[in-house]
Write a protein that binds this ligand. Structure first.
Ligand code: SF4
Length: 310
């Protein structure tokens, strides 16, 4: 069958017959984003997953995002086109080592980035995304020491914004850590009229050259509203699709420049293809399942995130 399948049409039909909703992250392939009912960043997708009445959530993102959907809305069947779509940040924070880290700081308030496993979430007091991290850390009781995991760069950015001292887990994202300061400065020299927009998962040395720092959604909103015509975009290149759709006359330059290297694309996110999306809906597998005890333990800090970011 393979190439003869009209994936887009079949996916639409399956969606109706299964009463499914397709949620897609901004870092998905353009063709997957265009078929989704909702495209968003981690926070918006978690909110959409929690609210949906559809019987099936087809999650086009990475494993921890599908896990979050299941934790927040357990009555729904959650499908993920490729179960191997992991995340380097989450992988670099194994639950056993995280437990030992926590034990070294008894009584501390544990803030974990949503890019973490359910087991790590279950050991946390509150979860954050890059959209709400500053707002949430500002609400942590002032008399508590704060542990922040697993992204050290986002943690450092949040420390700067909130003035809160935090103990950081030394993790980073393989996509956001590759942006080099040198190449960014070169790009700025080549395009002096461009504004630089960057995600807070980038290193501080890169962030200091940014005109605007924000979550994926905040970057999108910013470039659409800005009177500027040209932008250097320092985050996963998948977001360029929505930027170009929203402002076709503006110019978006991915950092590093498109020179054949795809290292600014998340290799995990890109595991989901249109064919795998179609196949997972048709076969209703792979399905995200988790032990109820773990789900319940991870739900409380996620729920707190939704309340504190409302
Ligand atoms: S872009 Fe980085 S943080 Fe996001 S899913 Fe990929 S590896 Fe994880």
């Amino acid at each position: 069958m393979g190439t003869e399948v009209d994936y887009a049409r079949e996916i639409q039909e399956l969606k109706r017959s299964m009463n499914a909703v397709i949620l897609a992250h901004y870092y998905q392939e353009s063709e997957v984003q265009d078929l989704a009912d909702f495209v968003g960043d981690s926070l918006a997708l978690a909110q959409a997953a929690a609210a949906t009445k559809a019987d099936v959530i087809v999650f086009c993102g990475v494993h921890f995002m599908a896990e979050t959907a299941k934790i927040l809305n357990p009555a729904r069947q959650v499908l993920l086109p490729d179960l191997k779509a992991g995340c380097s940040l989450s992988d670099r924070c194994p639950p056993g080592a995280f437990k030992a880290f926590k034990e070294k700081h008894p009584g501390a308030f544990v803030v974990s980035y949503v890019n973490s496993s359910a087991a790590v979430k279950a050991m946390s007091d509150v979860i954050v995304t890059s959209s709400n991290a500053v707002k949430i850390v500002n609400q942590v009781p002032k008399d508590r020491q704060v542990l922040f995991a697993p992204d050290q760069h986002l943690g450092r950015y949040v420390m700067k914004q909130t003035g809160r001292d935090m103990v950081l887990w030394p993790g980073s994202c393989i996509v956001h850590e590759i942006f080099s300061e040198k190449r960014l400065v070169q790009l700025k020299v080549e395009h002096p009229e461009a504004e630089v927009v960057a995600h807070p998962e980038c290193e501080a040395a890169v962030l200091r050259h940014a005109d605007f720092i924000g979550s994926t959604k905040a970057l999108l909103d910013y470039v659409l509203k800005s009177p500027k015509e040209k932008f250097i975009v320092v985050t996963e290149a998948g977001i360029l699709h929505q930027m170009k759709k929203g402002a076709p006359d503006k110019t978006f330059i991915p950092a590093p420049p498109d020179n054949g290297c795809a290292c600014n694309e998340c290799p995990y996110m890109r595991l989901n293809t249109l064919e795998k999306l179609w196949r997972c809906m048709k076969d209703r597998t792979p399905e995200l399942v988790m032990p109820e005890e773990l789900r319940e333990a991870a739900r409380a800090p996620l729920q707190r995130m939704l309340e504190w970011s409302a």
